[in-house]
Write a protein that binds this ligand. Sequence first.
Ligand code: NAG
Ligand code: NAG
Ligand code: NAG
Ligand code: NAG
Ligand code: NAG
Length: 466
Amino acid sequence: MKLNVVVALCALFTLTQQASSGEKCTCDVHNTEKEFPHSKLKTMENNVTDCNNQITSQKVLELESLLLGLELRLDQLKEDVSVLEKEDDGQLYGVLSLYVIENEMVEINQLIDKLNGTTLRHQLLTADSFHQLEELRIEMQELEEFDTMQVVRGRFDNRRLKNDLNLCRIGLNTTAAPLQLKYGTCPLGHVQNITGPRVYTQGEYPGSYYYGAWGRDPKPLAGKESWYWLVMLTSSNAYSHYVRLYSGLSALIIGVSVPGNVQIHPSNPTTNTIQGPNVVLYGGVLYYNCFNEYSICHFNLTSKRITKLQLPKGTRYNSKGNFCHLETCYPYTDLDLATDESGVWVIYTTNQDFGNLVLSKVEDEPLRLGQTWHTSVYKQSVTNTFMACGILYATRYVSKNLEEIFYSFDTTTGKENFNVGIFMNKMAANVLSLNYSPVDRMLHAYCDTHMVSYKVLFELLGNEFP
Ligand SMILES: *[C@@H]1O[C@H](CO)[C@@H](O)[C@H](O)[C@H]1NC(C)=O
Ligand SMILES: *[C@@H]1O[C@H](CO)[C@@H](O)[C@H](O)[C@H]1NC(C)=O
Ligand SMILES: *[C@@H]1O[C@H](CO)[C@@H](O)[C@H](O)[C@H]1NC(C)=O
Ligand SMILES: *[C@@H]1O[C@H](CO)[C@@H](O)[C@H](O)[C@H]1NC(C)=O
Ligand SMILES: *[C@@H]1O[C@H](CO)[C@@H](O)[C@H](O)[C@H]1NC(C)=O
């Protein structure tokens, strides 16, 4: 309006000048209003988009609904501005628009406050989006200072913002990168639940090999990030001498092993070959129970070199410290290797622990046994174990179709919980190996020739930048 008025006066002035002298007249128009901060808004938009990569998890419902609310408010703002635009009658438009914008601002502020409230519960997670929204609020407040034409222009920016918020919301669902953390500082909390089977396949050898293990290397070598590995106990349901590799999940499912086998030794079994199904691949190294010894074998797939780590004297081996349920024990399950965010672990039992589960961290370079924890859960009441986020979990057999994660041991607090109560729907009766992959937060199970995986849902949100 101010601009219009200035132009009108100028026109009058021009006319007067023309009438008196007939010479050409130039007229400077000074806009005293501030420039609309488009560059700031642009930066903010980019930052909101960056939010994509900073937040993940399933537990974002609350945040999502708040963002949805904010989105609706922005929609409303857009609508109000467009109505006012149509009714533009000069002077009144500017006054009304400020009222409306102010009104919208109150509601947007309320939403931001609520969003701020959620940060108390998942501070790490929302800190970033809150920061972004705070920026949005400041920018929106600046919007109030501009004249009507700039409000209209702001409307288009709001539309862009809305799209970015949408992008941000979609980004909330992206898969997390693996966490590389020392145990005890894992920010995921405990396992809250697991999904139904996500992968279910018999792979390349349907109906053969009842014992085995499979999964993904949580710390893959460059170029092998999507590889899967499979170890089948090809001799007596107890022994193996190679690991079979697949270039991806689909290759594993259709049974095309292009990288093929990496052999430990031509004979099976013999010194340093695999005994028992609970093996893991970590950092290009296969960890397993060495044949006929209470030692962990460390087989480097690249160099084919084997190093050994002996467990404490009294460790039960050669099928004397097995996982069991009422009907049967699973042979040669004395040593259960496991991986989580912090690396490799071994779960076993000893005579001095009277058959209760013992947990030790396995450290590399040099290969050695790290900290050890003694639990009060009897190994024969357990069918399998896995580690996730520094917590040991144990399962028991409920029925042919159901397995229960019933027990946990937190290595940070030393607390045991016998009432975990998470149920796993099985595709086959016996879970012969079970391991957690921090890469994709999947639980990989090998059950009577079937390869099954489940998504693990954690208590806390995973922040990628702790
Ligand atoms: C947005 O990103 C820019 C550059 O990437 C940075 O300077 C600025 O501090 C960020 N602002 C917010 C609120 O994150
Ligand atoms: C966010 O919440 C904290 C803690 O309740 C409070 O100190 C802070 O002022 C709030 N920020 C805004 C912008 O509301
Ligand atoms: C995020 O995932 C949830 C559940 O998986 C789904 O209901 C929701 O629509 C997803 N949100 C977006 C924006 O994709
Ligand atoms: C776990 O998920 C299943 C569905 O997959 C659901 O039926 C069950 O109630 C959930 N349990 C808990 C403790 O949230
Ligand atoms: C495996 O062997 C390769 C080749 O000798 C070596 O570069 C790598 O560091 C070894 N990896 C481990 C974890 O020992």
